[in-house]
Design a protein around this ligand. Structure first.
Ligand code: ADP
Ligand code: MG
Length: 244
């Protein structure tokens, strides 16, 4: 069980972007984190993982974050990543090995096999020696997923992984995430395309600075909670729920 306790984060010590967010998730699960732009979704993840200054704590089976940090893979929101950095696809994926290596320990041939296997799973093996700058957004996102696979993380946090990517990449990624869940992993996905929520997530967290609701998708992904998070710009269609 992963437990987020009173996660609070402020920028410049003044503006509070996330306030007192607490919830628990039973493993394994695929959890969607939903809320409008600026709701603090990205801040929440960074605060919960102590990547920024924050208060509160995140525990796994009662263990403090320090003790299970190596079991976490985090893929930040795409815009924050430098695509021009001269590094190949294979090298990016190999970075997932480092949480398990000592400083300066070399990557050996069985490690490279793991890297190539992960690239195969995300259907990117033929791109192994390309520079990351040559990839489409969807291909790049698949490479980042392969890096999490190599890391063999138990907890994967993905911040808006599907923004601006092609449908094929999105399907490949979602299939892999479902397989990972079946091997016992827990995956958190910040997501804003409400049309796919019911298909993708077992559970959802709806937030806007504060936690609005958390629970099984069918119980929590309802108009009342969405209006509270997104305001009146939301409307419900027969085909699903959409944001104007
Ligand atoms: P979301 O991911 O839900 O769109 P964010 O967590 O990115 O929201 O942002 C939450 C709020 O915090 C927004 O008002 C945003 O402008 C602000 N914010 C985000 N990052 C910073 C930062 N580095 N410095 C100051 N304010 C920030
Ligand atoms: Mg964000």
């Amino acid at each position: 069980m992963i437990q987020f306790n009173n996660i609070t984060a402020s920028y410049d010590g003044v503006y509070t972007a996330v306030e007192d967010v607490s919830f628990t998730v039973e493993n394994p699960a695929i959890v969607g984190i939903l809320g409008p732009n600026g709701a603090g979704k990205s801040t929440f993840i960074k605060a919960a993982l102590k990547l920024i200054k924050s208060s509160g704590e995140t525990t796994s089976d009662g263990r403090p974050l320090k003790e299970w940090q190596k079991e976490i893979a985090y893929v930040e929101q795409k815009s924050a990543i430098d695509h021009t950095f001269p590094i190949t696809v294979r090298e990016v994926v190999s970075l997932g090995l480092y949480p398990h290596k000592k400083i300066f320990q070399k990557i050996n041939s069985s490690d490279w096999e793991k890297v190539d296997h992960a690239l195969g799973l995300v259907k990117m093996e033929e791109f192994a020696h390309r520079q990351i700058g040559e990839l489409s957004g969807g291909q790049f996102q698949r490479v980042l997923i392969a890096r999490s696979l190599v890391q063999n993380a138990n907890f994967i946090f993905l911040d808006e992984p599907f923004v601006g990517i092609d449908a094929t990449s999105e399907d490949i990624i979602m299939n892999i995430l479902h397989q990972l869940k079946h091997t016992g992993k827990t995956i958190f996905i910040v997501h804003h395309d409400l049309s796919k929520v019911e298909k993708y997530f077992d559970e959802v967290v709806i937030m806007n600075k504060y936690l609005i609701a958390k629970g099984k998708t069918k119980d929590v992904f309802v108009e009342k909670n969405l209006v509270q998070a997104f305001g009146d710009s939301i409307f419900v269609r027969r085909s699903g729920i959409d944001v104007q």
